[in-house]
Design a protein around this ligand. Structure first.
Ligand code: SF4
Ligand code: SF4
Length: 97
C-alpha cells in the first residue's frame, strides 16, 4: 500500500526524463542504446534538423544510458520530479519537441 507520507528521497535519485530539441542532431544513438526500447526519434525535417522525441516512461528503466550516450547533452534525467504513476497507459508516452 502506498505510504501517506513520503520517506526522504536521495538527491541523486533518477527521476523524470527530459529532452532538449535545440541540442539534438538526430544521430539516433540514444534510440539504439536504450535497453528497453523506450525512445523513438521522429524526424520532422531532416534539412533543418527538426525532430521530436517519443519517450515511453512505462518502458524506461531509469538506467541513464541515454544520458551517457548523447554527446550533445540533449538528454537529462532530472532529479526534481517523480511519482508519475497513472491508471491511463497513454500518460506514460510523452512526446517532446
Ligand atoms: S543521442 Fe542525443 S543528439 Fe543523438 S538523437 Fe539522441 S538526443 Fe539527439
Ligand atoms: S534511462 Fe535507460 S531505459 Fe530510460 S530511456 Fe534512457 S536508456 Fe532507455
Amino acid at each position: 500500500m502506498c505510504p501517506s507520507t513520503l520517506s526522504e528521497i536521495h538527491d541523486r535519485i533518477r527521476k523524470k526524463f527530459y529532452w532538449n530539441a535545440e541540442k539534438c542532431i538526430g544521430c539516433r544513438l540514444c534510440e539504439f542504446d536504450c535497453p528497453s526500447n523506450a525512445l523513438q526519434l521522429i524526424t520532422i525535417d531532416e534539412t533543418t534538423q527538426k525532430y521530436q522525441m517519443r519517450y515511453n516512461a512505462a518502458r524506461c528503466l531509469f538506467c541513464a544510458q541515454c544520458v551517457v550516450t548523447c554527446e550533445e547533452g540533449s538528454i537529462a534525467i532530472t532529479s526534481v520530479e517523480f511519482d508519475f504513476s497513472s491508471n491511463n497507459k497513454d500518460d506514460y508516452e510523452i512526446v517532446f519537441g
